[in-house]
Design a protein around this ligand. Sequence first.
Ligand code: KE4
Length: 419
Amino acid sequence: MKSNREAFERAKQVLVGGVNSPVRAFRAVGREPIFIAAGRGSRVWDIEGREYVDFVGAWGPMILGHADPDVVEAVQSAAENSFSFGMPTEAETELAEEIRKAFPSIEKVRFVNSGTEATMAALRLARGFTGRNKILKFAGCYHGHSDGLLVRAGSGATTLGVPDSAGVPGTFASETLLARYNDLEDVDRILEEYERELAAVIVEPVAGNMGVIPPAEGFLEGLRSRCDEAGAVLIFDEVMTGFRVARGGAQERFGVRPDLTCLGKIIGGGLPVGAYGGKKEIMEFLSPEGPVYQAGTNSGNPIAMAAGLATVRKLRPGVYETLENLGSALESLLASRFAGEGIVQRVGSMLTLFFPKDEVLFERGVRNYDDVARVDAERYGRFFHAAVRRGALLPPSAYEAFFLSVAHSSEELERLIGE
Ligand code: KE4
């Protein structure tokens, strides 16, 4: 039997860093990655035969648990009719109809293959629709790896983005403005200077990529009114929160309607699917109706559509009650086990355990990316390794979210806090 270490050595010969997405290299927790052989329900098994309760859930998609029988069956029967045609199929229409039912703000949909594609195309569409170039994002929010979104605040308090990755030209980054999450005054500072140049504001309505940070009271409403005022497109990146924090995502849970929504993860049921959609008058700027181009060989792939359809059709209201109860139970377990040492931030069935280095965070929580710099990643690493020893698999980074599924039982949550 091969060990994780041997598999990793072999992978590194042909895959950059031995992985196909950086976080999977487990560098933040200082060990070789865990190579997964199989998953079923709430469990995954690594290639050494070790079993784990899975709190990563493929970073969000596996809300029904692994290998849900109905999803497996849907994929198998779709596969018997071949895998891809490069022609329309009715499955795409059906999944788009399910999305529209769940998200009243979405009048028209376009499927792509990842969250990155969805946000990249939504921003191009917003720029085409408004004829403006600047976009505003929030430090610590992640919207995939397209050039204009891999930026961080320039040196000092400057607002213009500078590349956060090699290979991104400064000119691309300079069209991206940055503000502090949950801080409308910071947004106003930027609008004073750039209001008329602003094509779009893109935001994770619940931040999940700097650990889980819920929107402060009035934050999303404030973005809505400011975009109306500025004539800018409000884009909710619900790749993580869509069908997660409610069937209709954060926009249902918090009652704020964006102009465009980006989706991914759960709508593919674990297969590669992204989508963007929203107001008809904006979406119809998109080719073939309008002048904004976007295309894709695998867009609306029938197997991926089958997995997504089978998944979202099982996400009925009772499921969200189950997920809310599981989330609340895990929050209480962690909050009492780590009282005085850690704080839990949660929305529904996505949550993060932070270990603050700074007392003030215990009072006011972790509200933005500046606060995140004041949590103890090394302490999280120790928690991660203890969980692995107890047969629980957590995100190998302090700045991610734990995800629960309907397959998790309340007893399994205990694995995170055993001695
Ligand atoms: P993908 O291109 O990875 O499908 O989606 C990018 C994306 C866009 N928007 C949000 C809010 C996201 O969370 C993501 C991707 N999430 C990360 C997990 N934090 C994916 C994991 C990874 O990069 O390996």
